[in-house]
Design a protein around this ligand. Sequence first.
Ligand code: KIV
Ligand code: ZN
Length: 519
Amino acid sequence: MTHSNDVLIFDTTLRDGEQSPGATMTHDEKMEIAEMLDDMGVDIIEAGFPIASEGDFQAVSEIAKLAKSATICGLSRANYKDIDRCWDAVKHAKSPRIHTFIGTSPLHRAIPNLNMDEMAERIHDTVTHARNLCDNVQWSPMDATRTEWDYLCRVVEIAIKAGATTINIPDTVGYTAPRESADLIRNLIATVPGADDVIFATHCHNDLGMATANSLAAVEGGARQIECTINGLGERAGNTALEEVVMALKVRHDIMPYSTKIDTRKIMNISRRVATVSGFAVQYNKAIVGKNAFAHESGIHQDGMLKNRETFEVMKPEDVGLAGTSLPLGKHSGRAALRAKLNELGFDLADNQLNDVFVRFKDLADRKKEVFDDDLMALVYQNDTDDDRLKLKSLRVVCGTEGPQKADMVMEIDGADVETSATGDGPVDATFNAVKALFPHGARLQLYQVSAVTEGTDAQATVSVRMEEDGRIATGQSADTDTVVASAKAYINALNRLLVRREQSEPGYDVKGVSYKDA
Ligand code: KIV
Ligand code: ZN
């Protein structure tokens, strides 16, 4: 097979990204992100790990049914039960794919305690099993970059002969470096019989900050699929960031003549959405999607920019979906102006959604003179719903230099109003203690993060709260001009989501002690 210079984009935000501690998303959020990925031209969406839980299975099958053009892929370990469950979830897609993997490096082989021959046999059997179900099978030797070269060639050949159509080479622990990444793919293609008949993929983690460089180098070595996530979300230091590889290929097409199908103008919106639902804020100086990526503060930079944008910019903000500076809205702006502005920002809201946002907008505009684009986006992304079991009705906090601070709170819990007063070490602590008094729970606060949406002392604060209970993790978000109110709402939002997870959760499937052929 001759491969053109088209590079497939395989997005694993909903699998590798969502798997990172604290980044869990609700079912509806996964649907929304999947739709955005499909819409922006992602070729393959890895929608989840169907055997991991009933929730994962449901999400993958629903995404499979809804996807318009992307191939929908599910992950499975190297056993028949995982693979069958994966197929059951993805088979509804117009274009389904089964992705199956096993760790092939010495350290990973030791986990299932398989010798090289036993593992080779398992790879042959499981890829054959997957291929009997689905024409499109991806196989990954996990920790490939630390697998012995001869053994890697041997197992890649086995997987190809067993019917794998894509061979993914993961740098699971972010260990490789660009030259090595390119050579590894180039040498595999040159050495392994049948390599020309499959697509080689690269899947890099960012532990040494080289994921983007390693992915691009792999493409130069012959890989034609990049695995990545929005904002580089993922375990530890994350995965390759989709926006970085896509924009690098676009901007430096002169030296990297490869193309993707991504509509880059959709990057900013999905980046913001993933940051909100995952609770992983984007660092200000993050390439492409950071708040400062296109900001020019210093006098010399501003002067240069006014004369010629290219002085300090290698790409246009519009190319990644950043609208040019436009006038803020205020309290006299009407529904039509709000709709127009939201459309400009890439939102196409149904009438009832627009009504909800309009109510919140009016409330904010009463308290804040100018409502900027970022304010509006924070309003759109408020994710409390009418179905929430816990709601904040009112909050009054007494602060002063003499502690302790006191919070008087009314909450609605399962439809009934309850109220209390609580003290604490600071206003936020008093507020959280009030919630705990009204709704006793064992969840542990893992993260509490506040950031200003815009500048000025009347700016809204966005608060992210991550809570953990019995291994389940949920993130809550809220924005308000009052930081303590935003904190209370974010905390309650996290609790609501934890309650949903508690209701939905079931233990993941454990393969230990089960033959890999047992279905
Ligand atoms: O990093 C990794 O090795 C993975 C595999 C499951 C492909 O995510
Ligand atoms: Zn990974």
